[in-house]
Design a protein around this ligand. Structure first.
Ligand SMILES: [Zn+2]
Length: 68
């Protein structure tokens, strides 16, 4: 179920075969995956904050120097 979602190359990798059948490696793999997911979410949040800040700066400039 988990291996089906990975790429075709990874499916033929013996290490993935081992990780899928080894509880220890499987747990490590899942932990790594969750860490990556958390990091990705953090970058998305940071990006959204940066976008909002940029928007706020743009709005401030437009209000201060309105178009004629
Ligand atoms: Zn193992």
């Amino acid at each position: 179920m988990l291996a089906r979602r990975s790429s075709r190359i990874a499916l033929t990798d013996a290490r993935v075969d081992h990780a899928a059948s080894c509880p220890q490696c499987m747990a490590r793999l899942l932990a790594l995956r969750q860490k990556h997911r958390r990091q990705r979410r953090m970058w998305i949040i940071l990006g959204a904050i940066a976008l909002l800040l940029l928007l706020a700066v743009a709005v401030t400039f437009i209000l201060r120097y309105p178009f004629p």
